[in-house]
Design a protein around this ligand. Structure first.
Ligand code: G6P
Length: 608
């Protein structure tokens, strides 16, 4: 939901801004812009469209500015047009602002500002910030106070940065709800919506807290409280990520690279948490905690599908009653949290605003809360009592792949851990499950060898308008996830169903133009799913089956058969995830679509 970068230091700032925006473009890519302090003036350049439009607009101009900020937009208020792109300026063009979030009371503020003679040029909520700042500065306020007093007038969620002609070498930023991270370099300071944008300059970071105001200048940084302006102490933390993780490394797209990284992600997430010989799972994160009586999971998007698999695992392996809710529904419902409930927020980014709000509600209702997140420095991680950090590394592709895999592995570990602790799992079954879990990384490597086959299948079907995915039990959420991947990046209408539900309505959609993708692992539900797939063949649907490599019956009925390594049904979601992702990837690629930046989506949704 918009990416923000700001820099003060010795370097020429335009390449710094463009480099940062490249790393943040996954957050929004409707338009991009920058404001720099060039020879004592505020210079603004902004363009609708992808970042390359902005790059072209500044190519060949030798800007010498060393203070500046940039923005990549995901439109909320105001169409995708140059004038609605950020930065926005005050009436005199002497103050510039970039903003991520939504100012909920902007209409009232705007009306009032217009009455007082301010002239607006955009339809955005964000422009009010520049004009409110203008009034403050006209009344004699310094940049810092002007930003703080302005922020106090705003309702909603925001992270904004301001700079001004009268304030050389300075940027002030304010955060309320929307994420913002400060990178503390040697003689240079950089602010960004997300850590990867800072890593070329420093690995020392300070995530801003809600209600933080920070000034950066050539001397360093200083934090203040939004409410009363009191000075705050904030110490930097080190992040280990390396900037090259955010490069494609020879793959055509980030998504493809990230799909191929999954065997390593599985190994990294399991590392030191499981003893294969004894089957013992050791989760330091939960040490000293009682086994919960109930689990209540909140999540959005792909994380929600991982949570649905998680429910199945917690109930199967640990016999803990578990419910799963969309964060956006949970937060506005009247959930009942019984004593002994463990709340789990699953979120790759740790910044999804609905999930953050749902987690806060869980806490306020008395649940102990755990974050399963890929971002230890994120707001959700900071606000949780326990963080289970998945080891997926930086994920750039907007469609989540390897972070989903890491979330699945986290749930296997947590379910096994609780199952062992509460005595549901004896040592034999622990050893068996641990060995299955440990073999998954290698099995996923085998599945990746079928990438070419997935491409061939995708090239057969990429022109269809509708697809249906079916699975049962632990693979029902995988049908949902397979369909979501397909929708997100190929724009094909795809729906996931519990295979047994096909006959209760969706079957009416089936004909020779609607392929069905069936997830058919060996196990107790095999015959049931097999019959459901027969039902779709009888309606002439082409049938793509993910089944055990030795399954001759499935091979006989499938139009296209994807051979999967032999695994226990309980672990089949892990091996099935890859072909489902690859099918979506190659379909989108066959259609010539922008796989890493699908239309209308953003990787991290920090608006409601
Ligand atoms: C956005 C992304 C999805 C993601 C969802 C939840 O909609 O496009 O890929 O699954 O947010 O994100 P989170 O960071 O909370 O897992």
């Amino acid at each position: 939901m918009c990416g923000i970068i700001g820099y003060v230091g010795p370097r020429k700032v335009v390449p710094v801004i463009l480099g940062g925006l490249h790393k943040l473009e996954y957050r929004g890519y409707d338009s991009a812009g920058m404001a720099i302090l060039e020879k004592g003036e505020v210079v603004v350049v902004k363009r609708r469209g992808k970042l390359k439009e902005l790059e072209e607009a500044v190519t060949g101009i030798d800007y010498t500015a060393t203070t500046g900020m940039g923005h990549t937009r995901w439109a909320t208020h105001g169409k995708v047009e140059d004038r609605n792109a950020h930065p926005h300026v005050d009436c005199k063009g002497q103050l510039a602002v970039i903003h991520n979030g939504i100012i909920e009371n902007y209409e009232a503020l705007r009306q009032d500002l217009v009455k007082r003679g301010h002239v607006f040029v955009s339809d955005t909520d964000s422009e009010v910030i520049a004009h409110l700042m203008e009034d403050q500065v006209a009344a004699g306020a310094d940049l810092l106070d002007a930003a703080r007093v302005t922020a106090l007038q705003l309702d909603g969620a925001f992270a904004f940065l301001v700079l001004g002609k009268a304030f050389p070498g300075r940027i002030v930023a304010v955060r309320k709800l929307s994420p913002l991270v400060l990178g503390v370099g040697e003689g240079e300071m950089v602010l960004g919506s997300d850590t990867p944008a800072l890593l070329d300059y420093t690995h020392r970071i300070i995530p801003l807290h809600d209600g933080d105001v920070v000034e950066i200048n050539e001397q360093g940084f200083a934090f203040y409280a939004l409410d009363d302006g009191a000075r705050l102490e904030r110490a930097p933390m080190m992040v280990q990520w390396n900037a090259s993780a955010a490069e494609k490394q020879g793959f055509k797209h980030f998504m493809l690279k990230e799909i191929h990284e999954q065997p390593v992600v599985i190994r990294d997430t399991l590392y030191s948490r499981i003893d294969i010989d004894t089957g013992h799972v050791d989760l330091q994160e939960f040490q000293g905690e009682a086994v919960p009586k109930r689990v209540s999971i909140v999540a959005a998007g792909t994380s929600y599908h991982a949570a649905r698999v998680g429910k199945y695992l917690l109930e199967e392996l640990a016999r803990i009653p578990t419910d799963v809710s969309f964060s956006s529904e949970y937060r506005y419902g009247r959930p009942i949290v019984q004593p002994g409930t463990l709340g789990i927020a699953v979120t790759q980014s740790g910044e999804t605003i609905d999930t953050l709000a749902a987690l806060r509600l869980q806490r306020s209702l008395g649940a102990k809360v755990v974050a399963i997140t890929n971002r230890p420095e994120s707001t959700v991680a900071r606000e949780s009592e326990i963080s289970f950090v998945t080891q997926a590394g930086i994920e750039i592709g907007v469609a989540a792949t390897k972070s989903f895999m890491a979330q699945l592995i986290a749930f296997y570990l947590i379910a096994l851990y609780f199952g062992q602790r509460n005595g549901v799992l004896d040592s034999d079954s622990s050893v068996r499950y641990a060995s299955q879990l440990s073999s998954l990384s290698q099995k996923c490597e085998q599945v990746l060898e079928y990438a070419g086959m997935m491409e061939t299948i995708a090239r057969k079907f990429y022109k269809v308008h509708d697809m249906i995915y079916v699975g049962r039990g632990v693979n029902y959420p995988m049908a949902l996830e397979g369909a979501l991947k397909m929708k997100e990046i190929s724009y094909i209408h795809a729906e996931g169903y519990a295979a047994g539900e096909l006959k209760h309505g969706p079957i009416a959609l089936l004909d020779q133009d609607v392929p069905v993708v069936g997830i058919l692992p060996q196990g107790p539900l095999y015959e049931k799913v097999y019959s459901n797939l027969q039902e779709s063949i009888a309606r002439d649907s082409p049938l793509v089956v993910l089944g055990d490599k030795k399954d001759r019956r499935a091979q006989a009925i499938a139009t296209d058969f994807i051979p999967m390594p032999t695994v226990d049904e309980l672990f089949s979601p892990v091996v099935c995830a890859l072909p489902l992702q690859l099918l979506a990837y190659y379909t989108a690629d066959a259609k010539g679509l922008d796989v890493d930046q699908p239309r209308n989506l953003a990787k991290s949704v920090t608006v409601e």
